[in-house]
Design a protein around this ligand. Structure first.
Ligand SMILES: NC(=O)c1ccc[n+]([C@@H]2O[C@H](COP(=O)([O-])OP(=O)(O)OC[C@H]3O[C@@H](n4cnc5c(N)ncnc54)[C@H](OP(=O)(O)O)[C@@H]3O)[C@@H](O)[C@H]2O)c1
Length: 334
C-alpha cells in the first residue's frame, strides 16, 4: 500500500472553514494521512495551536488536536518544519466573499503552488474574481447549506445540517483534453469522498455555477429584507408586503439568470425561497447577523450581482438595486 500524505489548507478559517476543516481533521487514514493547516485571525490561531479545535455537533464535542494554525504566509513558511516549498493538494478559500481579492493577493504564493483551489463561499460570480489570480482550471467551487458558527476562539458549532455539492468552476470535458479532464475528475472525486468520509456527505455536480445561483435565489429573497427589518426568516412571510417584495427580488434575479443562459430546471424558485424562510422560521439570516454586529455584508455578491448583471444585460432590477443601496447605506452608518 502506497502511503501519501494529503495536504489541506483553509484560508480564512472562521465558521465554515473551521467546520469543514474540523470534519476533515476527524478522519484517520493510514493510507492517506491528512495534514491540516488553518490560516486565520490571531486569537483563533493561538487557541487551536494551544488546545486544538473543539467541534460541537448536536450535544457532542469532538476535540481535534491535529490541526496547525497560522496567521499568514510568513508565519507558515517560516515555521521550521514546513519551509517555502510546501505544496497544498487542496487549498480552500473560506473568507467572506468581500475579502476575496485582498486574500488572493496576500496568499498568492501558496495559491499558485497548490494543486487545487476551492472556493467555499456564498455568492455569484466569485470564481470570476478568483481567476484573476489563479489558473482557472484548478478552481473548484463548493456550495453548502450546512450551518456553522464560531462560538468562541477554537470552538466551532455545527448549527444546521444540509447538503454539500462540489464541481469545477471552469473545467469541462469539452474544453479540455480527455486525459486532463479524467485526472482532474479523479482528484475532485478523491476530495468529495474525503469530505463524505469525514461526515459531510458531498455530491459531485457537473454545473456547480448553476448551484451557486440556486442557493443565492434564497439569499436574494430573504437576506437583505431580513437585515433591513430586523425580522427573523419566518416573520418576514407574515407581512404580505414584505412577502411580495421578497418574491419580486427573486423574480428579477431569475430573469437575469435566464438572459445569462444559466440552465435551470422548471422549479419554482420563489416558492422554494418562501419554503426555506418557513422552514428556518426562527433564524436570523447571516446578513442580519452581520448588520447586528456592525460588520460588512456580502450584499455585492448577492443582490448587488443581480444589479450589476441586470444593468449590463438590460434587465429591470429596480427591487434589487433599492435593496443594495439601502444595505450599503446601513453599512456606512457603522
Ligand atoms: N457560516 C455559515 O454557516 C455558512 C454557511 C454556508 C456558506 N457560508 C459562506 O462561507 C463564507 C465564509 O463565511 P463564515 O461564516 O465562515 O465567515 P467568518 O466566520 O467571518 O469566517 C471568515 C474568517 O476569515 C477571516 N479572514 C478574512 N480575511 C482573512 C485573511 N486575509 N487571512 C486570514 N483570515 C482572514 C475573518 O476574519 P475577520 O472577521 O477578522 O475579517 C474570519 O475569521 C461566506 O461566503 C458565507 O456566506 C457560511
Amino acid at each position: 500500500m502506497r502511503r501519501k500524505v494529503v495536504k489541506i489548507g483553509f484560508i480564512g478559517a472562521g465558521s465554515i472553514g473551521s467546520l469543514f476543516g474540523g470534519y476533515l481533521a476527524s478522519i484517520h487514514s493510514d493510507e492517506n494521512p491528512l495534514e491540516l493547516s488553518f490560516f486565520g485571525r490571531r486569537d483563533h490561531v493561538v487557541a487551536i495551536n494551544k488546545e486544538g479545535l473543539r467541534l460541537t455537533v448536536s450535544d457532542k464535542d469532538i476535540f481535534l488536536k491535529n490541526i496547525k494554525a497560522y496567521e499568514g504566509v510568513k508565519d507558515f513558511t517560516g515555521s521550521s518544519e514546513i519551509g517555502e516549498f510546501y505544496k497544498f493538494d487542496f487549498l480552500f478559500l473560506t473568507t467572506k466573499a468581500y475579502d476575496t481579492e485582498r486574500t488572493m493577493i496576500q496568499f498568492k504564493s501558496l495559491i499558485e503552488s497548490s494543486n487545487w483551489f476551492i472556493i467555499l463561499q456564498n455568492g455569484i460570480g466569485n470564481e470570476a474574481l478568483v481567476k484573476e489570480y489563479c489558473n482557472k482550471n484548478k478552481i473548484l467551487r463548493i456550495v453548502t447549506s450546512h450551518g456553522a458558527l464560531l462560538e468562541d476562539y477554537g470552538h466551532v458549532f455545527h448549527t444546521g445540517v444540509g447538503f454539500t455539492k462540489i464541481g469545477f468552476a471552469y473545467l469541462k470535458p469539452d474544453n479540455s483534453n480527455v486525459s486532463d479532464y479524467g485526472r482532474a475528475e479523479e482528484s475532485l472525486l478523491f476530495l468529495k469522498n474525503l469530505m463524505s468520509a469525514g461526515g459531510l456527505q458531498t455530491e459531485f455536480v457537473e454545473d456547480i455555477i448553476k448551484c451557486s445561483w440556486e442557493k443565492v435565489f434564497v439569499n436574494i429573497g430573504i437576506n437583505a429584507i431580513g437585515a433591513l427589518t430586523g425580522l427573523k426568516n419566518g416573520q418576514l412571510l407574515e407581512n404580505s408586503s414584505l412577502r411580495k417584495l421578497m418574491g419580486k427580488a427573486v423574480k428579477e434575479a431569475l430573469e437575469v439568470a435566464h438572459v445569462k443562459q444559466i440552465n435551470f430546471s422548471n422549479r419554482d424558485y420563489v416558492e422554494l425561497m418562501y419554503s426555506v424562510a418557513k422552514k428556518t422560521y426562527d433564524n436570523k439570516n447571516s446578513m442580519l447577523q452581520d448588520v447586528l454586529k456592525g460588520k460588512p455584508t456580502e450584499i455585492d455578491f448577492i443582490n448587488g450581482r443581480i444589479v450589476e448583471f441586470g444593468k449590463k444585460l438590460g434587465v429591470e432590477v429596480a427591487t434589487n438595486e433599492l435593496l443594495t443601496v439601502l444595505i450599503k447605506g446601513l453599512e456606512s452608518s457603522f
